[in-house]
Design a protein around this ligand. Structure first.
Ligand code: PLP
Length: 492
């Protein structure tokens, strides 16, 4: 057999010196990109040439990293969603950080698979999970797992809830063996991921009972008690209440202590969807809002929201580690734990659905180390106070009307000059929202609260300043006045 290295290839750079020089430039330019985000439009439409660049065929042949970076600078970086911008208030997500980006980079360089192993990265994963458990006031015996986001974190919690409450070994027997249909309860404001969860868990959408919410968009607890009693009478098995700490629509926080007490009394699992509000626990001026969260049986958090970790980062906590493991642990012969060597450690994949896991912990570890958890707490307080400030701006402006009480950091309101019906108000507010986006000024989204359409401003952004809120309110009204004149002539 012929020896020699001619035919042996690798993906490593053939010239490290040139590659590293370019990599330094990429980091410099990426840093400036983030530094100057405020000076660019939040969003801009993509020209046809940019769209067409994504129709390019499969590259059979190589290109230099310098050419690739040039392509990205032309066709990717100028056209972001906009959520790193200080006036992005749509939907609900964090604004990212430079350190988080470095964490993503270093995690990829370090390269470990966080399915588990006897090396440093899994220790860091367990440490971050432990820090989060401590922040949430969960006991040391609780377990947790970093996942890709809040939807997955909720699925983890609800899976454990189903398995504990089913009355049979669901993993072995399947859902068909569950003797009584299980019922999960949440307010009618519950996030849509819970519908997917109960569907995926084989219980069906009907198993998720939407309990009506009160005027403050919180779960109505007498309606909850009634629903539980009715289901019992009808032969179903009430299994779990999903309380939301910060709803996506309005930021409403369900009454956690009373729901916990009801769950204890009735023997139900107490799950909290804390994707928005769980981290309020570390905010000194508002933590009282989420008191009781520490007594959840399972809790879902989103770290790519108020912790501003780059996507993706969520966390599921389960009070009883044994119950958590009993839902997910498997022991295939090719993944035996060993007394020594690389496999001499607890496998982390036994706490969730993934086998291979990314090193999400590193970016979170770096962010918490760099700023300290108290600074994140202060920033959360700052966003909540900014939401109250914007609520005051709405109150002071005759053509703006508040549409739901501001419970946290989400403001629901609409432009209403008077004299228009619901259908026209919807068209008008939709138009204001789109024009604000298209001009790259500010990004708001819309929703429907208690049957009425409104604009929605979620302030989960460490770059936002009060002047951004002033400007957004001012521009809203200006555009509203402009379109209002049009709508009266049916020009929209
Ligand atoms: C964002 C959110 C989710 C879903 O989280 P993802 O990270 O988007 O999967 C679930 N529940 C609530 C209340 C949320 O705000």
């Amino acid at each position: 057999m012929q020896k020699g290295n001619d035919a042996q290839e690798t993906l490593d750079p053939s010239d490290w010196t040139t590659t590293l020089a370019l990599a330094h430039r990429m980091v410099d330019e990426a840093g400036c990109h983030l530094r100057d985000v405020r000076d660019r439009p939040l969003w801009q439409a993509m020209p046809d040439a940019v769209r067409r660049s994504y129709d390019a065929p499969l590259p059979w042949d190589p290109a230099s990293l310098a050419e690739i970076w040039k392509d990205l600078r032309a066709n990717l970086m100028p056209y972001p969603m906009g959520n790193i911008h200080p006036r992005f208030f749509m939907w609900y997500m964090g604004a990212g950080t430079f350190t988080g980006a470095l964490g993503e980079f270093l995690a990829a360089v370090e390269g470990s698979n966080l399915g588990g192993g006897n090396n440093a990265a899994p220790l860091m994963d367990a440490q971050v999970t432990g820090w989060m458990r401590q922040m949430m006031g969960f006991p040391e015996s609780a377990s947790g797992t970093l996942v890709d986001g809040g939807s997955k974190a909720n699925i983890i919690g609800l899976t454990v809830a189903r398995n504990v409450m089913a009355g049979v070994d669901v993993r072995e027997e399947g859902v068909a063996a569950i003797p009584q249909p299980l019922r999960f309860y949440a307010s009618d404001q519950v996030h849509s991921c819970h519908q997917k969860a109960v569907e995926l868990l084989g219980l069906g959408n009907r198993a998720l009972v939407r309990v009506q919410s009160d005027d403050a968009c919180r779960m109505d607890l007498s309606a909850l008690a009634m629903a539980i009693a009715n289901d019992r009478a009808a032969g179903a098995k009430p299994a779990c209440v999903i309380a939301t700490a910060g709803t996506t629509n309005t930021g409403a926080i369900d009454d956690l202590p009373r729901i916990r007490d009801l769950c204890r009394r009735e023997g139900l699992w107490f799950h909290v969807d804390g994707c928005i509000g769980a981290l309020v626990t570390i905010a000194p001026r508002h933590r009282y809002l989420v008191a009781g969260i520490e007594s959840a049986d399972s809790l879902a958090l989103d770290l790519h929201k108020w912790l501003h970790a780059p996507f993706e980062a969520g966390l599921a906590l389960v009070r009883d580690r044994a119950q958590h493991l009993a839902s997910f642990a498997v022991h295939p012969e090719y993944l035996e734990e060993k007394p020594r060597g690389i496999a001499a450690a607890e496998y982390l994949y036994n706490y969730g659905l993934q086998t291979s896991r990314g090193f999400r912990a590193l970016k979170i570890w770096m962010l918490l180390k760099e700023h300290g958890s108290t600074k994140f707490g202060r920033l959360i307080d700052q966003n909540i106070e900014q939401a109250l400030y914007f609520t005051d701006l709405v109150g002071a402006e005759p053509s703006l009307t508040l549409m739901a009480p501001t419970a946290l950091n989400i403001v629901c309101f609409r432009y209403d000059p008077g004299g228009l019906d619901e259908a026209d108000l919807r068209i008008l507010n939709n138009e204001i929202m789109l024009r604000l986006q298209e001009a790259g000024i500010a990004a708001l989204s819309d929703t429907t609260v208690k049957g009425r359409h409104c604009l929605r401003m979620a302030i989960c952004n460490h770059r936002t300043r009060r002047e951004d809120l002033d400007l957004t309110a001012r521009e809203l009204v200006r555009i509203g006045d402009e379109c209002g004149a049009d709508i009266s002539h049916d020009a929209l």
